[in-house]
Write a protein that binds this ligand. Structure first.
Ligand code: AMP
Ligand code: MN
Ligand code: MN
Ligand code: MN
Length: 281
């Protein structure tokens, strides 16, 4: 099955509206899609409705930013009830934190002589509660300060770079509890993104498992859609369900288009076996 269980819309930092993400997924042969905007489920209803019209299997999802030790980690929730009040309250708190972070990021960039950085980033953000690093990056490209979004991250927005601000996100236990409380499955997103050594990654996986996490992205756009040997190893050692994810944001910015990754290794159990996906939408 061509399942793509992680992508973004204009509700967070993607460039297509939720219905347009669904249409693109169908055009590209995706059979099961999860929309997983950052700290926000506001696009799920629109995407689910369009998926039902087009006969595409659909799971409501979310990508929650988590602080684990000194690292920012992403946890994807799949098959959540997007009306669950505890989940909604938690995501609102995350977005409130994002607003303060955006102000500090704007101030940091203005000290680097980027005029009106926050106002500029806001112009790229459809959702005023969700001004993230990608929106700042697009503004800096538009100002001519870098050739593309990837180089803005490299020179300004990665940890240790002058436009990066530390932020305290929710902890893994709470994020996983929100997802499970809303009937979903918690999946550790793109483990290769965190620049953790093998031993640290193992500790993260153990902490995530202990928190109630059940899956890991074995194929991710973060690895250009190739099978990650490290992630497959975690799935085998910890008994995680395996997910397949483009992490698609935008046609030009994303390394992997919707549905574009490799198939999962055949010995792993796909996370979608846990859902009844016979009913489109
Ligand atoms: P935030 O949640 O605001 O910290 O932003 C994280 C988002 O920034 C990711 O989901 C990507 O959309 C984007 N991002 C992170 N690192 C990079 C990178 N090296 N190149 C391009 N986009 C990136
Ligand atoms: Mn993003
Ligand atoms: Mn992510
Ligand atoms: Mn993502």
């Amino acid at each position: 099955m061509n399942a793509d269980l992680h992508c973004h819309s204009t509700v967070s930092d993607g460039s297509l509206a939720p219905a347009a993400v669904v249409e693109r997924a169908v055009a590209r042969g995706v059979e099961l899609l999860a929309l997983t905007d950052h700290d926000e489920v506001g696009g799920v209803a629109e995407a689910a409705a369009r998926a039902a019209e087009l006969g595409l299997g659909f799971l409501a999802g979310v990508e929650i930013s988590v602080s684990w030790e000194a690292h920012s980690i992403h946890v994807v929730g799949l098959g959540v009830d997007a009306r669950d009040p505890v989940l909604l309250r938690g995501l609102q708190a995350q977005r409130d934190g994002r607003q303060l972070r955006a102000e500090r990021m704007g101030a940091a960039l203005e000290r680097l002589a980027v005029a009106d950085a926050l106002a500029g980033a806001r112009r790229f953000a459809d959702n005023p509660e969700l001004v993230g690093r990608a929106h700042f990056a697009r503004h800096l490209v538009a100002c001519g300060l870098a050739k593309d979004v990837a180089s803005v991250f490299l020179h300004y927005l990665k940890p240790g770079k002058p436009g990066y601000v530390e932020h305290q996100w929710v902890g893994p236990d709470e994020a996983v509890a929100w997802i499970r409380g809303a009937g979903g499955i918690a999946v550790l997103a793109h483990p290769s993104r965190y620049r953790l050594g093998a031993a640290e990654l193992e500790r993260l996986a153990a902490a995530f498992r202990a928190a109630g996490g059940e899956g890991v992205e074995v194929v991710s756009g973060a690895d250009e859609g190739k099978v990650s040997r490290a992630a497959a190893g975690l799935a085998r050692r910890f008994g995680f369900l395996a997910s397949r994810a483009s992490d698609f944001h935008d046609e030009e910015e994303s390394a992997c288009d919707l549905g574009g990754g490799q198939p999962l290794p055949p010995d792993l159990t796909p996370v979608w076996t846990r859902f009844d996906v016979s009913q489109p939408g």
